[in-house]
Design a protein around this ligand. Structure first.
Ligand SMILES: [Zn+2]
Length: 291
């Protein structure tokens, strides 16, 4: 078994649509000014396993899934922008990547803004937590909507193609990622480490990995924090936003762990799924392409 991070991958961050919320929703004490919440997607090229995604962001399936009552409330409350050039398939095509080239999609959690494009990848296998997958099925239609789940977005054969993170080998994390101590070795080669980030959803899977030409590993943290400044300044989301969270106490613990990690001398590069600051800093790279 190789030590974690001995395999390095290529990584690009993509923006696949966005919505807007008041700044104070993401940063406690912030203004009421509307700020962008980009839906960020990780495109990863593993030297042996090929192309992979972390989440899919929005897609045109989102409009279909929110056409009827009561699901239309979702898009009324959260107006979504998805210009054609930002659609995930369009961005992949621009890199000469076809949907069938995507080997694996890591799913942070099943909220609609993370899984809306799953149906566009009929050959990919999925890796997500079983706890989160079961939760979606346990809820009724209204219960799902209240928690931002839209079951129509999920492929009919999702479960047949799904590997549960809980069923992959468990590893101890290196000191540089403490206070997180355990992870799931999602591919079995210690390259892609799934880290539990409880609180925001029933379960949430972060993803840590080493990247070519970067000293610090990347740690994709999903919705465990919405703005990177929140960790720097110890400003979690507004109290109101906690009404949407699965478990506020667990969210606070996860947030505190991320803050400790962010401020440590060996900090990995933390990337929240909806952080416009992170997008401005490292969006638009083109390390991965087939042309
Ligand atoms: Zn989200």
């Amino acid at each position: 078994m190789q030590p974690p991070f001995s395999i390095r991958v290529k990584f690009d961050l993509l923006k696949v649509g966005h919505c807007q919320h008041a700044e104070c929703a993401a940063l406690r004490g912030g203004s009421r000014r509307a700020i962008d919440f980009p839906a960020l997607v990780g495109l990863i090229e593993h030297p042996h396993r090929g192309l992979m995604l972390y989440d899919t962001g929005y897609s045109r399936h989102f409009w279909d899934a929110t056409r009827r009552v009561p699901e239309c409330l979702y898009r009324l409350i959260t107006p979504v922008q998805l210009p054609p050039e930002q659609e995930l398939l369009a961005q992949l095509e621009e890199r000469k990547i076809s949907p069938g080239d995507i080997d694996t999609i890591f799913i942070s959690h099943f909220h609609a803004d993370h899984v809306a494009g799953l149906r566009d990848f009929p050959q990919a296998r999925f890796i997500a937590t079983q706890a989160e997958r079961r939760f979606v099925e346990k809820k009724g239609r209204l219960g799902r909507l209240r928690r931002a789940y839209l079951r129509d977005l999920l492929p009919a054969d999702l479960d047949a193609r799904l590997t549960a993170a809980e069923n992959t080998p468990q590893l101890s994390l290196p000191q540089s990622l403490h206070p997180f101590t355990k992870c799931h070795d999602l591919l079995g080669d210690t390259s892609m480490l799934g880290i539990d980030l409880p609180g925001h959803a029933a379960s949430q899977l972060g993803l840590a990995f080493a990247v070519e030409n970067e000293a610090a590993p990347i740690f994709l943290v999903g919705d465990a924090c919405w703005k990177i400044e929140g960790l720097q300044q110890n400003r979690p989301p507004s109290r109101l936003a906690y009404a949407l969270f699965h478990d506020g106490k667990s969210y606070d613990e996860t947030f505190a762990h991320l803050r400790t990690l962010h401020l440590s001398s060996q900090a990995p590069t933390l990337i929240p799924s909806h952080c416009s600051t992170t997008w401005a800093q490292r969006g638009g790279t083109r390390h991965i392409h087939r042309d």
